[in-house]
Design a protein around this ligand. Sequence first.
Ligand SMILES: Cc1cc2nc3c(=O)[nH]c(=O)nc-3n(C[C@H](O)[C@H](O)[C@H](O)COP(=O)(O)OP(=O)(O)OC[C@H]3O[C@@H](n4cnc5c(N)ncnc54)[C@H](O)[C@@H]3O)c2cc1C
Length: 401
Amino acid sequence: MRNYDVAIIGGGVIGCASAYFLAKAGVSVAIIERGQLNAGASGRNAGSLHFQLEHRLIHNETHLKAQLPHLIPLTLAAIEQWNTLEDELSCDIGLSMSGGVMVAETSEQIRLLERKAKLENRYGLAVELLSAEETLARAPYLGETVQAALYCREEGHCNPRLLTPAFARKAEALGADFFTDTAVMGLDKVGAGWNVSSRIRPGEKASERLEIRAEKVLNASGAWAHEIAAMANIHLPIFPVALMMSVTEPVPVFLKHMVQHVGRKLSLKQVEDGNLLIGGGWSARLQQHAGKWISNAPAKLSLDALKSNLGVASEIVPAVNQLHLLRTWTGITGVTADQLPIVGQVDQTPGFYVAAGGSGFTFGPLYARLLSEEILTGLPSEALQPYSPARFGHVNMYMGN
Ligand SMILES: Cc1cc2nc3c(=O)[nH]c(=O)nc-3n(C[C@H](O)[C@H](O)[C@H](O)COP(=O)(O)OP(=O)(O)OC[C@H]3O[C@@H](n4cnc5c(N)ncnc54)[C@H](O)[C@@H]3O)c2cc1C
């Protein structure tokens, strides 16, 4: 049995960033990952830094009315953190924060942008509503159906293949232990701490197990956080969702913003090498067996969704029509029952923390920093209150330890 202060389950951006912040504070940390680091959603996403309230949140604005204003202070904190992240990690993470536009094509969508701008500006996120002419002047690559855009100057993107490994390297240098190809199979609360039992992948070292004793556990297992929660006898309303992404051939740089749409599913950006990344929440298909999702199988591509995604992209940025597609891939992320992330300690299981859901690439480093402070001090983070697992406490009334 190995002893640690904190066992982190999941080697994505949230797990590796948390390992870094905890190790930096002198905490002994083990990260347990059933595959390879950054092989989940963190390494397969669009890399967009979503600081404006996103399409999916605005879409649910009636249900989220009370929560939306709370998201903006967290966004401001995330912007501050991203501005210093390259220095903190002392390496290139492919970061670009040269602005983002969220476009509208109909008068109804323009009204939505107006409401959104009012809310964002009121709570301190500076966004600028641009008319059709102003939009075209700032983003001449946009198609003529675009009638307005909301501009946020800090938005941008970061390379998903670089960010998580950068956190992992820093954490390892500070003494964090990484166990890859090692799947957590059981969690037992024993006394004040947890026994974490894992199986090392068959074929690596046949039937070998890893047994860890940790004071606290952080569930950073992304779309599969409900499975780890079940091991701690807790329900967590996180649902796996499969999405797809595409990349075009490289062309000379002509598009410096991150482009989104307020009413249609689209995210588009051009990276430093000249390739365009196209996504926006188009679905792929999760594999299942006997009515259950297969948690470690890749999702399958839908050709219809791919055509629709490329169709929207080329309507909004007509130059896309001229480009060759290089590759399309899928990834699996977790969405929660109310679209907001779940971050914090679970009341029914003291010492058991979770961070999952939401735009976890944009906000993962911030959740990791705030949650690490919470784990260290034992005091709930004020900023993370809107995301507390306590809002789903009713489903856990008869659960826990
Ligand atoms: C296609 C796509 C595009 C996206 N685009 C964006 C974007 O542009 N901007 C943005 O902010 N967000 C985006 N997201 C969401 C973002 O990628 C995720 O929110 C974020 O990466 C979640 O990080 P994570 O560390 O929680 O999860 P992950 O990176 O999925 O890591 C979880 C890890 O837990 C491991 N694990 C699971 N079960 C076990 C177990 N039993 N034992 C050990 N390990 C286990 C998994 O193998 C996995 O590696 C996108 C997601 C996808 C799929």
